[in-house]
Design a protein around this ligand. Sequence first.
Ligand SMILES: [Zn+2]
Length: 245
Amino acid sequence: MGPVLNGLLKLQSVENLLRAEKAKLTRCRRNVVIQENLIRSLQNALEAKKEEMQLTKLQFDRLELELKSRDETVARLRASLNTAKTNKEYAAVLTQLNTMKADSSKIESQTLELMKDIETDEAECKDIQGQIAEQKETLEQTRKESEALSGKFEAEIDKIQAEWDEVAKAIPADALEKFNRVAETYDGHAVAVVEQQEGRQGAYSCGGCFMGITAECVNLLMTKDEIIRCANCTRILVLGNAHES
Ligand SMILES: [Zn+2]
């Protein structure tokens, strides 16, 4: 290996730092998005609950109205009891009156049930509103923390990027282009260190995909400064410290 391969090896270590720092920035920003989504889903739940409550209230109002008109009918029937001219007529009105009262009492218990539902819904709405307020506070906190941390990560990324550019300057353009292309494919891992297979003298494998590497390849890496790529995964092969001349 010579300056090109050693340069790529160095670039890989800076690339790793750069990617790690960028990942930290992404994670830190994601916390804000997660918190925002949580609040949005609570707001949706609140809207749904309010809508449900609105429908229950409508039904309640409708039954109340019906009860009122029934009360009027009951009053009218009571009056006609007094003016009944025959026993038969009296009995008929009485039956009508009792039926009316029995139905009214059913409707009344229905309205009581609905009232209970409305109270439960109101309590749930209040509970969700409380959760929203709480989560909004958490969001503010998360946002502040995220902004502070993001600034730090961004500064660190700029520093590492400058180092990356510096190391890249010393690498020929075609080698750098290969590095960037493979890095794109393997989430930043363009360079693979050749590893000696355990317990097997002269047997080597790619540190990226663990497939075998020929002794000729290793020999070339030791004696020349050319880019050799793993036949299996196409990563750029280099020798680790033990092989450095
Ligand atoms: Zn490989």
